[in-house]
Ligand binder design. Sequence first.
Ligand SMILES: C[S@@+](CC[C@H](N)C(=O)[O-])C[C@H]1O[C@@H](n2cnc3c(N)ncnc32)[C@H](O)[C@@H]1O
Length: 257
Amino acid sequence: MGFEISTEAYGQFMGRFSGPLAQEFIAFVGIEEGQTALDVGCGAGALTVPLIERLGVASVAALDPSSAFVSSLRTSHPDWSVLRGSAEAIPFADEQFDRTLAQLVVHFMSDPVMGLREMARVTRPRGIVAASVWDHAGEAGPLAAFWRAARDLDPAVRDESGLPGVRQGHLESLFRAAGMPALRSTVLRVSIQCATFDDWWRPFTLGAGPAGEYVASLAPEDRERLRLHCFAAMPQAPFSVDAAAWTVSCTKELSTR
Ligand SMILES: C[S@@+](CC[C@H](N)C(=O)[O-])C[C@H]1O[C@@H](n2cnc3c(N)ncnc32)[C@H](O)[C@@H]1O
């Protein structure tokens, strides 16, 4: 699904949004020195980095199914604990972490309820399970303008609006289905600046995520058609892109079965 790419390419495509989001996510969840954390679906490490800055490298573990991301992180950060694996089968014993977090991951899980259940399992009593997912079903996701342009040219295009957790209220429903009914939820917002149209467009050509895979699947003339359609639709540069993420947390002791 466009995650077997370099961490650099992923960083240019999504890291520009997920880096700032990680700061907001941590502030919402609350993290204190002395705690341990697991970053589920760590990608290129947008959330792992600020977790390590706050808790220390020995107190943070990261997990991702992408062999490209895992091997790249192990090479660039040999002191990090990075495991290859999925949320649906987390390779840790019960009640290991004070914070088990998944930033921009639940919508990619093959079984989100099982993934959230697993996240709760490895979390200590009084610990927090939390997840954040872009509002891809509304018009507030970071890729909304791209998918709108793609749909204009091909109404049958499979965008990200139907993925689990991306529509209002659905992330809460998934937490409840996973046995976590007592929730805190919010919408986190970030904004990035694009100095030129190409700054915005070029990361879509790197094969990252479903949008990058879609661009890569197009014939060169269709890709150019999409680029020109996006150019006509985007504001004149420089412009900003705003993005909103549904975000839910649950304190294990209060509600998990
Ligand atoms: C949009 S990226 C988010 C990466 C990172 N958390 C961030 O905020 O930048 C989604 C990540 O989820 C990972 N992923 C996909 N399916 C997963 C699953 N079932 N369990 C855990 N991670 C998964 C992908 O490999 C990818 O690294």
